[in-house]
Design a protein around this ligand. Structure first.
Ligand code: MOS
Length: 737
């Protein structure tokens, strides 16, 4: 397809709103008569509530309600589970019993006329616990790894004889890799404003999945989904933390119903460290066997992630090891370690980001044992097909990614010997890693309406947490309809709109974009059908296959007149024309092809040999992601992902106190994230790639993949700089001294 709008580096259509305060986030939708709720969080890590004395809190000025498990309504908690919830287990039921399952679990909610008064009363609430010592360390010897029940069929995979071939391999490495617990820490905290009108509930709520929040809250309260509307037009970053609907949404709705007032509830930064998911801590073993000339003969990848006692959160930790490289003998194993913690969830390249760290570091280690360039080692193991599924890739441009990124980076200037490159007294290291992420395509719907003024309105219950969904979707609609960008108004973020999948998994462009394209084609067909039946229009009486929409005008092919615009057709017909359509993955194509994005990232670090500080000096990534809808926004997404990867590699780590499970660094002063001074020049390039199999738009998805290879590339660069192999993230000063 030749395009005029898709593929253009257009600026964000919502950019002005975002920088002028015009964009409204969940907590901005203040309601008349609104009151404020504050959650009281458990200060023990396990046990039960022995007693609550709320007399003092209730007597304080402005207090409207103190709700605890003793007086909270028993909620129906009807069955609701979407793919975003762990398949095994049951969500936390809030304020329904006296159990404390993890540190920070909500144990009460205090409602007052001002936020300050609610906060003061919340801290005056006396909660007495019978506390037990929680188990919060996955490597605790009492923790027995379990096979995830839902993944029982694919938690273990095997082809050939990986263990046997490893034993006899001429060259091998066999190592353990560990990644810390991390929290998403978006700028915008979780926030919900809840307002009931009779048995109808409106939620202005930070969510990456408004239709799921609608269905879940309806099920929890035992009301029809149609009685709940969830509104969220803007998200101030999320990284996966708003994929699920966490207990604070239920609590806001509960408080609003109990008080008969609109209730605003905003989580504190601290509360975002224990009730809204996190990247699970992982322990992984990767073992590689190879011939002396660098051909992999054996690959073992055993990994485990932590989860809560009440839900089994799973992610694709070891999957990529099955298809990244060619190897006849591969065994993967995935386990869970159940702890007294809140349930983890998807965070920034979930699964692959952690798994690829171990695999790509192991490959780097192998390259030194072999005395081979790390890129060359990967080239020698490039597979022709996906050997785990035994089918071809829909597209795979990893070799081109190496070439493109290595060229821009200047990889050829790298001296192979560790600790051999210097800039003054600083040790310089260059490292690289491959990246991959699945090219998903989830079912989505979309609605398009053509108006008499010639403009089009497009609506989908999608979300935009920052990648530029508003803009890229407007591009797809403008392209398909043949309208200029400013003639298309795209709306998202309301559960009243046609359903979209969760805004995550790098699948929004493929899924929602394909649905919008289908809806645009459907509305064109509908308009044409009505036009040929309208005597006032020149196309009256024409056969449908004898007319077409070109550049937003309806005419017979070869007709040299201007034809009729959407506005003229709609005006003549006298009413807007609307169509809704859906899109989902072509099952046949999915059967035949393995669909993934691939990429490569090259990083330069400088390490101070005396004080051990590690600085990323530059990074260059190249990605094969199918069609790039907006190169400017795509590059911006990539640099965002790389920054997340720098955080994962060098800074981010949530530390739990083993005595009570308390996150000891639950604030932005001690939970380190990269700031401007930590971010050097980052470059992202895209290889030309046409993938006719993934979806009608040919997009494979972007976002997660830019984070995936970054941490191993940094770790590999740190080894090259210092000669110290650090297998635990984040890498700290003391690790390289
Ligand atoms: Mo992303 S972790 O799928 O929001």
């Amino acid at each position: 397809m030749t395009t005029s709008v898709i593929g253009k580096p257009l600026p964000r259509v919502d950019g002005r709103a975002k920088v002028t305060g015009g964009a409204r986030y969940a907590a901005d939708f203040n309601q008349p008569g609104q009151v404020y709720a504050v959650i009281v969080s458990a200060t023990v890590g396990l046990g039960r509530i022995a007693g609550i004395d709320s007399a003092m809190a209730e007597s304080m000025p402005g207090i409207i309600a103190v709700i605890t498990h003793q007086n909270a309504p028993r909620l129906p908690y009807g069955e609701h589970k979407s793919y975003i919830d762990p398949a095994v287990g049951e969500r936390l039921h809030v304020l329904q019993d006296d159990r404390v399952r993890f540190y920070g679990q909500p144990v009460a909610i205090v409602v007052a006329d001002t936020p300050d008064r609610a906060e003061r009363a919340a801290s005056a609430l006396e909660v007495v616990y019978e506390a037990e010592r929680p188990t919060v360390d996955p490597s605790d010897p009492t923790v027995t790894p379990i096979v995830p029940e839902a993944a029982a069929g694919h938690a273990d995979t095997s082809r050939g004889d990986a263990d046997g071939r490893l034993a006899g391999a001429p060259v091998k490495i066999d190592q353990i890799y560990e990644i810390a617990r991390e929290n998403h820490n978006p700028m915008e905290p979780h926030a919900t404003i809840a307002a009931w009108s009779g048995d109808r509930l409106t939620l202005w709520s930070k969510s990456q999945f408004v239709v799921n929040e609608q269905a879940e809250i309806a099920a929890i309260f035992g009301i029809p989904a149609g009685n709940v509307q969830v509104i969220c037009p803007f998200i101030g970053g999320a990284f996966g933390t708003s994929l699920r609907t966490w207990p604070h949404v239920t609590l806001a709705a509960m408080a609003a119903r109990q008080t008969g007032r609109a209730v605003k509830l905003v989580l504190t930064r601290k509360q975002m460290f224990f009730t809204t998911g996190h990247r699970p801590r992982t322990l992984q073993r990767v073992a590689l066997g190879a011939t002396a000339d660098g051909k992999l003969t054996s690959l073992l990848h055993e990994g485990s992630g932590e989860t809560s006692r009440y839900e089994q959160f799973t992610e694709a930790l070891t999957s990529a090891s099955g298809y990244m490289y060619s190897c006849p003998n591969v065994r993967t194993q995935y386990r869970l370690r159940q702890l007294d913690i809140g349930t983890p969830n998807h965070m920034r390249g979930p699964g692959e980001a952690s798994g690829i760290f171990a695999l790509e570091c192991a490959l780097d280690e192998l390259s030194y044992v072999l005395g081979l360039d790390p890129v060359e080692l990967r080239r020698r193991n490039e597979p022709e097909i996906d050997e785990s599924e035994n089918k071809p890739f829909s597209s795979r441009s990893l070799m081109k990614c190496y070439e493109l990124a290595a060229g821009h980076f200047g990889w050829s200037r790298r001296a192979p010997e560790p600790r051999s490159m210097r800039d003054g007294r600083l040790l310089i290291g260059m490292g690289m890693a491959s990246a991959t992420y699945p090219a998903y395509h989830a079912p989505s719907s979309a609605r398009v309406r053509l108006l008499p003024d010639g403009t089009a309105e497009v609506a989908v219950a999608a979300s935009d947490m920052g990648p530029g969904t508003y803009t890229s979707m407007t591009q797809v609609a403008a392209e398909t309809l043949g309208l200029p960008m400013d003639q298309v108004r795209f709306s998202l973020g309301s559960s009243d709109f046609p359903p979209a999948p969760s805004h995550g998994g790098s699948w929004t462009m493929a899924s929602v974009g394909s649905a919008i394209r289908a809806a645009c084609i459907a509305v064109q067909e509908k308009a044409a059908r009505q036009a040929v039946a309208d005597q006032r229009l020149p196309v009256f009486g024409a056969a449908l296959d004898a007319i077409e929409w070109t550049d937003g005008r309806l005419r017979r092919p070869g007709d040299l007149s201007a034809g009729q615009s959407y506005g003229e057709v709609v005006s003549s017909l006298g009413a807007p024309i609307e169509a809704e359509a859906s899109s989902q993955r072509d099952k046949d194509a999915a059967e035949r092809y393995s669909m993934h994005s691939f990429g490569a990232v090259f990083v330069e670090v400088a390490v101070d040999p005396d004080v051990g500080t590690i600085r990323v000096r530059r990074a260059v990534g190249a990605y094969g992601i199918g069609r790039v809808v907006n190169p400017r926004l795509a590059a911006s997404q990539c640099t965002g992902g790389m920054i997340g990867g720098i955080g994962m590699a060098l800074m981010e780590r949530t530390v739990l106190d083993p005595r009570d499970g308390r996150p000891v660094n639950a604030h932005m002063a001690d939970y380190l994230v990269p700031v401007n001074l930590d971010i050097p020049r980052l470059e992202a390039y895209f290889v030309e790639e046409v993938d006719p199999h993934v979806n009608p738009l040919g997009v494979k998805g972007l976002g997660e993949i830019a984070l995936v290879g970054m941490a191993p590339a940094v770790a590999n660069a740190v080894f090259h700089a210092t000669g110290k192999r650090v297998r635990t993230l984040p890498i700290r000063i003391e690790d390289v001294l």
